[in-house]
Design a protein around this ligand. Structure first.
Ligand SMILES: Cc1ncc(COP(=O)(O)O)c(C=O)c1O
Length: 404
């Protein structure tokens, strides 16, 4: 533990530990999961009655029992005032990386943010811009890419440039460098949203090197990184690069996507550079954000200490669902996903008119996808389908796809 004052803690704060008895029923993902009355954004937005919403990236699957139990237990104590950060949460993150990825993360690198990955990205970009020798240097990111990167840059008034990904016979390949001129940051979703591509370690290292040459921070957004399917392995950017390169790299992750609890915003940022950690903490404080939110810590601790068996069961379920869909959709799948629960499809290969594919899929099949145009110009003519569904719903999806 460093003496940085943002890591100050209250040793009396030890009330979040010891959740017990996590049980995972293998049938949990084979039973319809009714989200009615929970305010689900995905279902509230569903345009047409009877349509199956397969857009927004959360799962129509029940989360880990351990998280529910920890929330119930914590809620029973009616102290809901301001909280401080329990520093053992950092060690839990490091333990998680060692156990799940064989990656050695120093607990001192870990910042536990009480906000979602999107907000964390915005805070990081703001910090980087303040730091930059060239504050007008652009933010770079590969496309197609989940719409958040472009949206965040526009909202922050930051210039950005898209780097088109090359699509080969084996799927997407990361962009070539070196990058012309200076850059403020390079953003990468790793694994890739929308295609579920797991970037190989050498691609990541290449990107980190080119980012450093351009004076940029590589921000590896790894919120889908714990969702790599059985047999695939995900390189954690801050540990995959050479030690000398680490101060130019940040990894972002969250239990939100992994354990399907994005409604309780949280992120953990792995920031090896202590100066950048301190500056990011200052930026957070400017928005009234400090490490150690009440619900965020409760959920994170339960998920990381007890969520492993649930996650393993989930990953088997997702891999089986992926195989059923990719077998059915064949060449329309632009790149076979090796992580997460998103399928990136070529609308024309599905027999849909590329410009109006989302509406056509909804009308013909009652399936609501995300429109590829939301993923940057490189996404035009594509659709993204979220297949984190209970088995009976996936059966219905496959039947409906016969109407194509
Ligand atoms: C790669 C990636 N990063 C960040 C986010 C943003 O997450 P949130 O909106 O929970 O902050 C998402 C959401 O889909 C995502 O897929």
């Amino acid at each position: 533990m460093t003496a940085d004052d943002f890591q100050r803690t209250d040793d009396r704060f030890r009330n979040l530990s010891s959740v017990s008895g996590s049980r995972v029923s293998p049938a949990a993902f084979d039973t319809p999961f009714d989200r009615t009355g929970t305010g689900s954004s995905k279902w509230a937005r569903a345009a047409v009655a009877e349509a199956i919403p397969m857009g927004l990236a959360d799962m129509d699957l029940p989360g880990p029992p351990a998280v529910a139990e920890a929330l119930e237990r914590r809620a029973r104590h009616r102290a809901y005032g301001y909280t401080v950060c329990d520093p053992t949460g950092r060690a839990l993150v490091a333990d998680w990386y060692r156990a799940r990825h064989g990656a050695e993360v120093d607990p001192d690198w870990v910042l536990l943010l009480p906000c979602g990955p999107r907000t964390t990205l915005r805070l990081l970009l703001e910090t980087v811009r303040k730091d930059a020798e060239h504050p007008r240097a652009p933010v770079l990111f590969p496309t197609p890419e989940w719409g958040g990167f472009a949206q965040l840059c526009r909202a922050a008034g930051l210039p950005y440039r898209e780097l088109p990904l090359r699509l080969g016979p084996d799927g997407y390949r990361s962009p070539n460098g070196p990058f012309p001129g200076r850059a403020a940051a390079v953003l990468l979703s790793s694994p890739h949203n929308p295609s579920g591509t797991v970037w190989p370690t050498d691609h990541l290292r290449g990107l980190a090197g080119w980012a450093a040459e351009a004076g940029a921070l590589l921000v590896s957004d790894e919120v889908h990184g714990d969702l790599t399917h059985p047999g695939a392995s995900h390189p954690v950017a801050v540990t995959a690069v050479e030690p000398a390169m680490r101060r130019h790299v940040v990894t972002l992750n969250s239990v939100g996507k992994t354990f399907n609890c994005s409604g309780i915003p949280s992120t953990f940022a792995l920031v090896p550079d202590p100066g950048l950690r301190a500056r990011l903490t200052d930026t957070m404080a400017g928005y009234g954000l400090w490490e150690g939110g009440l619900l965020e810590q409760t959920v994170q601790r339960a998920a990381l200490t007890e969520g492993g068996p649930w996650l393993d069961a989930l990953l088997s379920h997702l891999a089986a669902a992926r195989t059923r869909l990719t077998d059915r959709l064949g060449p329309a799948v632009r790149s076979t996903p090796r992580a997460s629960y998103l399928l990136w499809l070529d609308a024309a290969a599905l027999g849909l008119p590329p410009a109006t594919a989302r509406a056509a899929l909804l009308e013909r099949c009652g399936l609501e996808a995300s429109d590829g145009a939301e993923f940057g110009p490189a996404g035009a003519g594509s659709l993204r389908l979220n297949y984190a569904l209970p088995t009976p719903v996936l059966d219905t999806v496959l039947e409906r796809l016969d109407r194509l």
